[in-house]
Design a protein. Sequence first.
Length: 217
Amino acid sequence: MKFFIDTADLAQIREAQDMGVLDGVTTNPSLMAKVGISGEAAVLKHYVDICNIVTGDVSAEVISTDFDGIVKEGERLAALHKQIVVKVPMIKDGVKALKYFSSKGIRTNCTLVFSAGQALLAAKAGATYVSPFIGRLDDVSTDGLALIEEIRLIYDNYGFTTQILAASIRHPMHIIDCAKIGADVATCPLSAITALLRHPLTDNGLKQFLEDAKKFQ
Ligand code: E4P
């Protein structure tokens, strides 16, 4: 399973990259606003800065909601850097734009996916990635992981190559459960990735080993 980090924070992206386990980055307008990026030039520069830190795919989201606007914005984003993947919302004009980008060889991430039907449409339109938001489903008492299972089944039934990018991940068990189901990618906050490291038996065992090592040094 690939690990993406879900942030626009350059320090966090560097930290994850330095761990050697990072395969890419996802951003969205809220994450960009959170790090204080504003103005078109600053936004575009920030995407390039992210691409220069990581070696994998970097999702950059369009904010247009009509076909012509999505295409114009997406083409501009894709031209920024070869690692850019154009993130397109799951709306009617978005699906049309996914098909257009697919025909032009521009890679896409279909975002704001909350149902199996939406994921099926994204795959049929040729999306590179589909982003089901599992945490936001859990927030409204709906099983986010069950959606990942449904999409995995549907894509495997028909051999769709769209990669399942589990998004809106909140904690390490989301990552583990997505890995068991067979999601292709999990995009996570840094805290969820580093939480995978922790186990009290590791800490206690290491403490004991280091104490015992003093006896023969
Ligand atoms: C990533 O592509 C999504 O935009 C992100 O995971 C949404 O996460 P949130 O529900 O924590 O905002």
